[in-house]
Design a protein around this ligand. Sequence first.
Ligand code: SAM
Length: 277
Amino acid sequence: MSDPLPPGLHIVATPIGNLGDLSPRAADTLRRADRILAEDTRVTAKLLQHIAARVPMGRYDDHSSDEQRERIVAELGDRAIALVSDAGTPLISDPGYKLVRAARAAGHSVHTVPGPSAVTAALTLAGLPTDRFLFLGFLPAKAKARAEAIAEVAGVRATLVLYESGPRLCATLAALAEGFGQRDAAVAREISKLHEECVTGTLSELTERYFNAAPKGEIVIVVAPPGEAASASNEEIDTAIDEALLRLSPSRAAAEVAERLNVPRKRAYARALERSK
Ligand code: SAM
């Protein structure tokens, strides 16, 4: 029999679609843990069956109470407890950070077994800059809150990574196009699974591509950082708007300038309304 694991909390990344991506160390940690905490024990049971691990499981998810956390933390002094999520790296748009915080606060050790995550996997497919990226998780579902969240990061000079579902993909791409103007982007779908694909194009092209064609499966959207022109000053926008207003209505002038200067259409429209007064 192998040595027991050191007591404490062991965060274990699991595959995001291909069982072959479970690392030997992850499998070893799961087999040797005293107990495994899972988001959905039925999902994790399949993984454990695959590696012939027979370890008692418990549930840990976003609904776990402070009392449940305290009970788990009380065990960490002399037991090795592994935390997994349904897929990928725990804590990344998944439960766990409160448990890690509580374990640390109580002086227990926390170990990690790094591995697959859809964020980093999508970045490797998209062909967009990877030197600086901002992970946004899931955007709010409601249109107003989503537009606000998008406006908040419009000026961030980094590649953006978002999680999304098939039915909401088109609306989210349209909202991103509206908030950011023309930017390159990628939709990475079913990564590491049989039907893995990565479709690239501008946000408007991708919105069109998925219009009335919600794809199946799991999705990550990757959006390029703003181009140099996106930082156009108000003066530059005003000059372009003034010229366009000689020929066009405010909304058409805004659309033309947004496209040409690569600035969000909303920003150009606000200037067009102001200048046409
Ligand atoms: N903790 C996970 C990780 O490390 O990637 C993410 C969990 S989050 C609840 C689930 C979301 O991740 C999905 O809705 C999807 O946006 C993304 N995702 C997970 N697996 C994926 C895959 N194989 N292909 C594309 N996106 C995936």
